[in-house]
Design a protein around this ligand. Sequence first.
Ligand code: KPL
Length: 311
Amino acid sequence: MLDTEKNLLFLHYRAYYFSMTEPLPHWYLLGAGNMGTLAAWYLTRAGHTVSVVTNSPRLPLQKQLIFANQRMSLTLPCVSPAELPPAIKHVLVASKTPYTDSALQRVKGHLNNETQVLRFQNGVGALDGRLPSGSVMLEAITTSAVKGQSPQHTIVAENVTWIGGTAQPPEWFEGLQIHWPNLHWEADIRLVQWRKLVANAVINPLTAFYDIPNGALMNDPALLDQARTLCSEADALLAILDSQWPGDSFTAVLEVIRDTADNTSSMRADYQRGATTEIEAINGWLLCQAKNQGMDLPSHRRLVEALTSTP
Ligand code: KPL
């Protein structure tokens, strides 16, 4: 038997043992868009249960997930805030960042210091100061790409996903790893989060502003130059915030562009349909940190101005 097969068997055994001793989590999902639905898919494959918290109770959501070679169905029950139990143990926040506050309103009063909150959003800091003290905050960062409009979600690329934020993974993590491709635990999630943040701060606003798929950034030297400048401004700031920051974001961003070449970035999709974009939680976060350091990031500032000014 190969080592990888042995490892998988061991993980299956551990997951089975754990499910016999501890019930698997029931997740209350805020935001059943592309990423929320993909996460719900993997969680339910691993035996967890998921329900969507909606303001108006309705029939279960019937989702379609289109993977490279198969189409899968997923039924997600809905609950209204009034139907929630007094204390919720597991919340998955996958709403778009501009709607985080209204999403949290739905579970207000049901979170406590035993709640595990898994944040699966672009950008940084959308939950800062918004959770009860003591609640456990886990971050999920992915470079997977999903497109479409609910209830149909096309999985464009299943890349790496990291979850982290506490020294040790929760008990359910190993079992989830069997069903979530390329899922890794990262105790110190911040550097991974910043890597993704820079990719989003470069790819998303440029593709939204120029209305192009991610891969088109590679074909135009002027756009590549803009991407390079955005990366070096971000690197200069992040190196001040953390001396461990490895820099060289441009190389990492080029890799994400290649991995998601055919994708429409989430910001381009939002911008095209006139929805509020996540730019405040992405480039806005960088600008805010820069301001605290007495720095300016002119290329990021100009993009934020261009994408937030009313035409
Ligand atoms: O995260 C993304 C997004 O579109 O929000 C990338 C990785 C850029 C893929 O499009």
